[in-house]
Design a binder for this molecule. Structure first.
Ligand SMILES: [Fe+2]
Ligand SMILES: [Fe+2]
Length: 185
């Protein structure tokens, strides 16, 4: 028994070490609980939508729209993989999570449309603007209803925060790798 226990422990230590090496020693968000992390994402994306509204050049709009799409995709994915299932299980929820998933679906449709389109013209702007309105509504419901309920529940928000942060970094890293591979000649 003791020998069989050693191997997984070693493996997981090695895995952790290599994961933190890949992250380049990034120490942020280790202490953020799940709600703080998700709210920080919301605030960040809301700031990006504000910047998009004020942007003048097509290049700046293109860069901001791409960043908004990437950040929202990663955020939706970590909620769907980690936070929503935990909330559903802890609160026996049959309403908030399904509605949130439908709203994610609408935002993802707009993300695909924006990613496919040239960053100029009124339809591009309209899609990003409507995406911002959908996201604002969705975020308000999450923060006022879902997160408020989660706070009062017995969910382990600290452990979930760590799981969300780890998964977010993995997804961001693979996204960055994908983009740099695309940029190669
Ligand atoms: Fe969400
Ligand atoms: Fe969210």
């Amino acid at each position: 028994m003791p020998t069989s226990k050693k191997t997984p422990a070693k493996k997981s230590a090695a895995k952790k070490a290599s994961a933190s090496a890949t992250r380049g020693g990034n120490r942020k968000s280790a202490s953020q609980d799940a709600i703080a992390l998700l709210k920080a994402d919301h605030k960040h994306v809301s700031d990006l939508f504000d910047q998009f509204e004020k942007a003048r050049s097509d290049a700046r709009k293109k860069a901001l729209a791409a960043q908004i799409c990437n950040e929202l995709t990663v955020h939706a994915q970590i909620e769907e993989e980690i936070f929503y299932p935990a909330f559903k299980a802890a609160l026996k929820d049959k309403e908030m999570v399904p509605e949130a998933l439908v709203e994610h679906g609408s935002v993802k449709d707009l993300i695909s449309a924006v990613q496919e389109q040239e960053p100029s013209g009124e339809m591009f702007e309209a899609r990003v603007t409507v995406m911002g309105e959908f996201v604002k509504h969705h975020v308000k419901e999450e923060e006022k209803q879902m997160f408020a309920k989660a706070r009062k529940s017995n969910m382990d928000l600290a452990a979930l925060g760590e799981a969300l942060a780890t998964r977010k970094q993995e997804l961001m890293a693979s996204d960055a790798a994908l983009r740099s591979a695309r940029a190669m000649p």
